[in-house]
Unconditional design. Structure first.
Length: 106
């Protein structure tokens, strides 16, 4: 087994209604938008992409409570959106809301 960990800052751009599994586990799914400048081979590169995310349990309730457009840093792993599929989604296992930074910018 290889490493599969990701730490990514993103804006919450879409979110489905909070739902629960038959076992009573909270599930939140949505979309995020990441923008940054990265260094690659000594050159600066603009990175801008949208992606799907899913969160379960306590992380799902945190994601559900965030205002739309909130900037967060999420940690987790990538997995196929559907079994056998090629599209990836970020499975969030931890999240931090940058609430203080957003207030300073206003």
């Amino acid at each position: 087994m290889g490493a599969n960990r990701c730490r990514l800052t993103f804006d919450v751009t879409a979110r489905d209604a909070l739902r629960y599994t038959p076992a009573g586990l909270a599930v939140s799914e949505g979309e995020g938008w990441h923008r940054s400048m990265q260094c690659e081979v000594g050159r600066t590169r603009e990175v801008d992409f949208r992606f799907h995310w899913v969160a379960m349990g306590e992380v799902a309730t945190v994601m559900d409570a965030l205002p739309m457009g909130a900037e967060v840093t999420g940690e987790g792993f990538f997995a196929a959106r559907r079994k056998g599929g090629r599209q990836l989604q970020l499975h969030l296992t931890a999240v931090q809301w940058h609430q203080d930074e957003e207030r300073k910018a206003q």
